[in-house]
Design a protein around this ligand. Sequence first.
Ligand SMILES: Cc1cc2nc3c(=O)[nH]c(=O)nc-3n(C[C@H](O)[C@H](O)[C@H](O)COP(=O)(O)OP(=O)(O)OC[C@H]3O[C@@H](n4cnc5c(N)ncnc54)[C@H](O)[C@@H]3O)c2cc1C
Length: 394
Amino acid sequence: MNLKKDVCVIGGGVMGLATAYYLLKAGKSVAILEKAEIGGGASSSCDDMILLQSKKPGIALTLAMESLEIYRGLSDELGSDLGFYSHGGMIIIEDEKQLKIMEDFVKKQVSYGLDVEIVDRNTLFKKQPHVARYMIASTYSKSDSQVNPLMLMRAFLHNGLNMGLDVLRNTIVQEIKQQGDHWNVSGQNGIHVECDNVVIAAGAWSGQVGELFDIEIPITPIKGQLAVTEQIAPIGETNCWTAAYIASKHDPSILGDRSSYDKEIGLGFSFTRAGEGNYLIGSTREHVGFEKATDFKAISKILEQARKYFPIMNQVNIIRTMAGFRPGTKDGSPIIGAVDGFPGLYIAAGHEGDGVALSPITGKSVAEMICGVGNHKRFEELNLRRFAVALAKG
Ligand SMILES: Cc1cc2nc3c(=O)[nH]c(=O)nc-3n(C[C@H](O)[C@H](O)[C@H](O)COP(=O)(O)OP(=O)(O)OC[C@H]3O[C@@H](n4cnc5c(N)ncnc54)[C@H](O)[C@@H]3O)c2cc1C
């Protein structure tokens, strides 16, 4: 099959679908080439958070806040329930060392316009009546929100199809060639797309796509495992995380008393209630290549932790587990924008644990870059070239 399109998007996860949607809305013709099923990558094996509080003050936080604003109107725009809620979020704090770091972190976030504060233990216990009594304080932001990634992808897809999107499933991209001012993208089953622009949105596999034309895209898989509970009534007002992980980025000694196994699997804690009442409990950050199986030991650790922080979880059943590959970069920031020396080639990948939250702002911005509208200077710091510059500096 031969297709002629303005843009070929490689990857049918939340990033590829969002980018395709905004391109179609701007009047471009688009095909998505997806190696397996739409949404079969990280975007269907993840939490559902649009979490602002975890973002570093700077472009990460600014983009997350802008994405949240888009989300507020997205259900109406796409004409579909997206399972979007703003129940707020709390990062629970275990000791004075964590508290000091979180106070500084929160101050910086406030200076970027995020409505977040530190609350005392009485307020914490009021909002989280089941949290362990040894917690000393918490952060609180009413802005932390969530969206069902499956409903989101379905809505982008349906709207895209209504605007003429071509979706080629089970089509692994095998060859990408630049010919004059256009591109030829070839995939399995004799699929050929001739186009003006290509967007690499292949998540954790984006590095492999780069290899097809000798570009190093330094994105690697960071495996995350999750446990899902049966449906239960809310056990607190907001979703929760613990401060240990965020604080440890500022002071690694915070994790000093952890077992080497916990460090090896990068054990963190997230605790969110999906719209249907199932709690998603996470998670790990493992550097194990593309090995996707969940394992009993890691899941047991995740549950042990949940029961320590929320003892009521001893009475709740787990109904499933899952694992996905966060597309991780060396500096933890996504790669967004044009690729130097390859006119018409763009990357929208490497969002690690933030891809669901950042998909609307990324898709919209990449679409605008391709259409040549808007000022996207601020994305310079997220361009692929930052890695080449870092290498050159030694
Ligand atoms: C445990 C866990 C919890 C998470 N929690 C959150 C959260 O609460 N909030 C949040 O914002 N983010 C979260 N994330 C991160 C989020 O899931 C990812 O950042 C996001 O899904 C990445 O989307 P993507 O479209 O870039 O990648 P993917 O969804 O992985 O999509 C990439 C697609 O490209 C396809 N592909 C790959 N190679 C090729 C090829 N050669 N040809 C054609 N197609 C190809 C793949 O099959 C795949 O479908 C979490 C991730 C994990 C693992």
